[in-house]
Write a protein that binds this ligand. Structure first.
Ligand code: ADP
Length: 271
């Protein structure tokens, strides 16, 4: 479990960027973190991954305090992070070397098997010997995900990881994400692409460094006002379903498949 207790944080010489953050994320959960630019989402990701330490309060990952130096190595294994631009995250010219680097650094065994299995999970097995600079951005992003999977991190943070991908890259990425969720990984998903929050179990809204609201995905219709009043865009499907509901057509959120929605639209037109 990830636990943030009364966490405050500021950068050197800066103002407070995170204030009184209390957040728990259970194993296997998929939590989406949203908020305007500059609200503190990436900083929160850095605190969870141990890249930054809280000025006040504690961040515990499976009860390991991120402030304790002795926990550093173990924390690097537990929490992986995938950033926006894979080109900044890939350090080597070769896929194998790039993934092997972190495995070696953490002194883990079975390098070959780890790399093969991780690349298989992101559908990139045949690229094991490829040059990283010859890959598309989407493929590079999959290599960075494989890097995290090769360490066997159970907590994975995605920080606006789809921003630079084209539509094919995004679709492939979402497929991988769904598989990771099914396999029980804990996912912390920071996004500005509002439609993506519907993949999550829970949505956490941050404003000016504070958590101002959090709710389960299935309760999103009841939370439209809080999103609107904080100038957060409403996901397309949520808008759509809200309009159906206003028209007296009840759609249960768990059943939002394309097919069901098409049927509902047909009902509206028949009216
Ligand atoms: P978000 O991810 O929601 O866009 P960030 O966590 O990146 O927000 O930033 C929160 C605040 O912290 C912003 O005011 C930003 O300018 C500031 N900030 C981010 N990184 C640094 C840094 N390395 N040094 C100083 N200030 C920073």
């Amino acid at each position: 479990m990830i636990e943030l207790k009364d966490v405050n944080f500021k950068y050197k010489n800066g103002k407070e960027v995170l204030k009184n953050i209390n957040l728990q994320i259970s194993e296997g959960e998929f939590v989406s973190i949203i908020g305007k630019n500059g609200s503190g989402k990436s900083t929160l990701a850095k605190l969870i991954s141990g890249l930054e330490k809280p000025k006040k309060g504690t961040v515990l990952i499976d009860e390991l305090d991120t402030k304790k130096k002795a926990n550093f190595q173990e924390l690097r294994k537990k929490v992986g992070i995938v950033f926006q631009n894979p080109e900044n995250q890939i350090l080597f010219n070769n896929v194998y070397d790039d993934i092997a680097f972190a495995i070696n650094n953490l002194k883990l065994n079975d390098i070959e098997i780890r790399i093969q299995q991780a690349l298989e999970k992101v559908d990139m097995k045949e690229f094991i010997k490829s040059n990283t600079y010859e890959l598309s951005l989407g493929q590079k992003q999959r290599v960075t995900i494989a890097g995290v999977l090769a360490i066997n991190s159970k907590y994975i943070i995605f920080d606006e990881s789809t921003t630079m991908l084209d539509s094919y890259g995004k679709e492939t990425f979402y497929k991988i994400l769904r598989t990771l969720k099914e396999q029980g990984y804990t996912i912390i998903y920071i996004t500005n692409a509002i439609d993506e929050i519907l993949m999550a179990d829970r949505i956490v809204l941050i404003k000016k460094g504070e958590i101002i609201s959090q709710f389960k995905k299935e309760d999103i219709l009841e939370n439209i006002d809080v999103l609107k009043s904080n100038s957060i865009e409403i996901p397309y499907l949520v808008n759509f379903v809200e309009k159906l509901n206003i028209n007296g057509i009840k759609v249960e959120l768990e059943k939002w498949t394309k097919e069901e929605l098409i049927e509902k639209v047909i009902e509206v037109y028949k009216k």
